[in-house]
Design a protein around this ligand. Structure first.
Ligand code: ADP
Ligand code: MG
Length: 212
């Protein structure tokens, strides 16, 4: 497969320059297959192994769409574990380091609510978190998703294996109906298909076989 540079995508020049400085010269196969659809605002289901570059495949989409001036939660990324949420938060901050004043907040369980509530009161553009804790904040009213534009389910197969289905449903109940939904998964069992049918609109399916 030919290797496409990121500059073939409709991305802001500051994002493109930052990708160069990070050493991201060409897209990985899953990025090349999904980013054009993600940037076009479509719902996308992308299947790719660990290390295939899935974070940038959704991250560049939500960063390109984001308005820093609107200090509202515009994107929510759900991850199965705190470690994965921390990794995604870190990668998003790297991808966004040329965007001034952008706030990426990570919200996971196993830590007290107080500091998280304080951070939420200060505001954020992007939230990365585990489904249980996000659901808890929604129930307490300490998090609202009225301005959400992009919802990402990262490692969706693992989230379902870990029993997060009900939490994910509760979160989606509180999200605007008009939104972009992106689902990333290493495998594509029937239960992913079922949830996708419920929460996505005419999703584009992409699959990267390459071990890149
Ligand atoms: P996945 O979520 O599919 O497991 P990640 O998004 O964590 O993969 O990316 C894996 C690694 O590849 C990270 O270290 C990331 O910085 C790097 N990476 C992602 N995209 C590119 C790219 N286009 N060029 C070079 N490195 C990349
Ligand atoms: Mg990942």
């Amino acid at each position: 497969m030919s290797q496409s540079p990121f500059s073939t995508l409709p991305l802001h020049t500051d994002l493109l320059h930052n990708l160069e400085s990070l050493g991201y010269h060409v897209m990985t196969p899953i990025q090349a297959q999904s980013l054009p659809h993600v940037l076009a605002g479509k719902d996308v289901i992308a299947q790719g192994k660990t290390g295939s570059g899935k974070t940038a495949a959704f991250g560049l989409g939500l960063l390109e769409k984001l308005s820093v001036k609107r200090f509202r939660i515009q994107s929510l990324i759900l991850c199965p574990t705190r470690e994965l949420a921390d990794q995604v938060g870190k990668e998003l901050r790297r991808l966004a380091r040329t965007i001034h004043n952008i706030k990426v907040l990570t919200l996971c369980g196993g830590v007290p609510f107080g500091p998280q509530i304080g951070s939420l009161e200060h505001g954020a553009h992007i939230i990365v978190g585990t489904p249980g804790r996000i659901e808890d904040h929604l129930r307490k009213g300490t998090l609202r998703l009225d301005d959400l534009e992009v919802l990402v389910l990262d490692e969706a197969d693992r989230m379902l294996d870990m029993g997060f289905q009900a939490s994910i449903d509760a979160i989606i109940d509180q999200a605007p109906k008009k939104r972009q939904t992106l689902l990333f998964s290493a495998t594509f069992p029937e239960k992913i298909n079922n949830i996708a049918k419920r929460i996505m609109t005419d999703p584009i399916m992409v699959k990267a076989e390459s071990k890149h």
